[in-house]
Design a protein around this ligand. Sequence first.
Ligand SMILES: Cc1cc2nc3c(=O)[nH]c(=O)nc-3n(C[C@H](O)[C@H](O)[C@H](O)COP(=O)(O)OP(=O)(O)OC[C@H]3O[C@@H](n4cnc5c(N)ncnc54)[C@H](O)[C@@H]3O)c2cc1C
Length: 370
Amino acid sequence: MGTRKFIVVGAGPAGLIFSILAQGDVVVLEDHARPGWPPHCTGLVSLATARRLARLAPQAPGEEYEAVSFYYGGREILRLGGYGVLAVRIRRPLLEEELWTKALEKGVEIRSQARVRNILRNGCVEVAGENLCGDLVVASTGASQDVLPSKHRLWRLKGLQAVAEAARRPEEGVFSVVYHEAVSPEMFGWIVPLGERRLLVGLAAASRAYERLTVLLRMADRAYGPLRLKHYYGGTVLRGPPRPRQVEGRILYLGDSAGMVKPYTGGGLYPISLTAPMAAALASEGREGSYDAAVSPLKRQLLAQYRLTRLACMLGPRGAAAALRSIRLAGLEDEVSRKVDYDSHEELLRMLLPSAHRLAPGIAAGLLGL
Ligand SMILES: Cc1cc2nc3c(=O)[nH]c(=O)nc-3n(C[C@H](O)[C@H](O)[C@H](O)COP(=O)(O)OP(=O)(O)OC[C@H]3O[C@@H](n4cnc5c(N)ncnc54)[C@H](O)[C@@H]3O)c2cc1C
């Protein structure tokens, strides 16, 4: 087999990790001029995911969090953690900057301000009036599906965040998840300390994201304020489901464009840290045909999370909060804290199933508003 040629569309973490690890000639086509811009992500991942990303981008992992605190109706309903690092914040766009530099050092050709107009199943793409062809096109365009040959229906929310300077210092190493009908009927809000007195206050919702963020900022202001707002940013938060087929003709879908996200939080970095190296290894050997089978255990995991997320969404913020509060009421907080894994949300349910009888009264009481 001669040198393989790969065309990677999109220089997000998925496309860049693939391009660094693939053996062959790699051309990356990126719409924007700067790596990772405009920024959109909170960057929370598990310690295991942070370590995988750090192999290629050692500076990217930032603050570590040992606990997560859940709120509903202005009150803390549950706190999990206290057994080591629960989550790490990956600094974006520093992640993309490091990956971009590494790719260039490896000899990858990166064309910025190169918006691809069309991706074809025969391994060609249309860019700047020319047709560029390779053995494989990696479609890593993130949430945008405009140029993909087959559209996949994805569950989309609007994510919006504000960076603020707080008057009162937030508790170190603890981030908060806020359930509230006015903040997000479909998901939740989050308040993440960024060190010193800085806070990241954000949410994802199907509509009226600015209005809802104002509500959440008012809550944060009561707890840590007065807040001084620095800047806003955001983007599309995807909740899956995964594409049923991730290789079609000479196209391999990677990252958000493959619907490979943790649906409950919209986190895409965990699946990318696993799938991009796998895709690069198989494609380098001309075995991308085996990719679908290789990722099927992860796809099944994300699909299970997707179904649970749909259920949680039907329960609404009050139902989700009642379920979480019941963990505390049943005295299971410590056991769950010991075992909880930021990547495997479906495991939490599996862990709790044998104790369902202890949780049921708390859930019922919570739903009835007692
Ligand atoms: C508000 C918010 C908070 C989030 N928080 C977290 C979190 O805490 N943890 C987590 O794991 N994930 C989080 N995510 C999700 C995470 O950001 C994504 O899963 C991740 O960025 C996906 O990486 P990617 O490489 O697939 O796509 P992206 O990072 O979106 O990169 C896609 C790239 O493709 C380029 N592109 C698109 N179309 C074209 C085209 N036609 N031609 C050329 N280039 C193109 C874009 O410019 C972009 O650079 C969050 C997302 C949002 C919006």
